[in-house]
Design a protein around this ligand. Structure first.
Ligand code: ADP
Length: 260
């Protein structure tokens, strides 16, 4: 495992690497996987890395909104897609750009697989790090991603409560079975600071992900607080990691750990 994690880290560090996929996964939806992916990408770009995001979350493609790129449409040369470049210096291709907005995506496995292939084999140019925002859980897309496109590593996002942790453990197991090294776990939505009185509370608990990481023998990459400002900025396509606001700092810290 240590060797695997080192491989993923080396992939992040290597200057000459043209493209390395780091999958961002979660056991269940709504834990902040997409928010983390967008902000890690923005933070890594601010650190001078050439970063792209593949939004493979077919059930809820939210990267165009998170990276303020909803109005940008990817072009194609021959049959190769050309990612859009968001204002944050992050290239992007999303399932959300390949389908009509507001339409449910009722695709069968092979269609999803081929759309995923088109996005990953797009013209990413000199992109060094390709973060893949996976759908939650352990289904078809995840399997295709792991077996066909072999990410260099995976970051697993979870909230601290038991239910989420059980699902996160399942996701970790899937990556392990596919021999994709786990770069580490991130705990999101712990430590809510009340905007009125400043008191810190833990609606979903706290410390669960770190304890789970320890129990599973994986690295713990850091904790992102539950903050109203994170949600508000995310909703308007201004990733907190893009500015020097205090509520973006936790994302930057995790990105620094990834790239160190
Ligand atoms: P997932 O990709 O796991 O389904 P999202 O990233 O879409 O989750 O997040 C779900 C919702 O929670 C979004 O509205 C997002 O803005 C919000 N959210 C995520 N992380 C935080 C956080 N740390 N603080 C506040 N809101 C958050």
């Amino acid at each position: 495992r240590v060797e695997g994690v080192e491989t993923a880290r080396v992939a992040l560090m290597a200057d000459k690497v043209t493209r390395r996929i780091i999958a961002v996964g979660s056991g269940k939806g709504g834990v902040g996987k997409s928010t983390l992916t967008a902000n890690l990408a923005v933070a890594l770009a601010r650190m001078g890395r050439k970063v792209g995001v593949v939004d493979a979350d077919i059930y809820g493609p939210s990267q165009p909104m998170l990276l303020n790129a909803s109005s940008m449409k990817p072009q194609a040369r021959e049959k190769t897609l050309i990612p859009v470049e968001s204002e944050f210096g992050v290239k992007l291709l999303s399932m959300g750009q390949l389908i009509e907005p507001g339409k449910a995506i009722a695709w069968r496995g092979p269609m999803v697989g081929s759309a995923l292939g088109q996005m990953i084999e797009a013209d990413w140019g000199d992109t060094e790090i390709l973060l893949a925002d996976l759908p939650p859980g352990t289904g078809d897309v995840q399997l295709t991603m792991l077996q066909k496109f072999r990410p260099a590593g995976a970051v697993i996002v979870t909230t601290p409560q038991d239910l989420a942790l059980i699902d996160a453990t399942r996701a970790i197991d899937l990556f392990r079975q596919a021999q994709v090294p786990i770069v580490g776990l991130v705990e999101n939505m712990a430590g809510y600071v009340c905007p009125h009185c400043g008191e810190i509370s833990d609606p979903f608990g706290s410390g669960g992900a770190e304890a789970a990481a320890r129990a599973l023998g994986e690295d713990f990459l850091g904790r992102i607080p539950l903050a109203m400002a994170i949600r508000i900025d995310s909703d308007i396509g201004q990733p907190p990691a893009a500015n020097n606001q205090p509520h973006g700092q936790a994302f930057t810290t995790v990105a620094e750990g990834l790239s160190a």
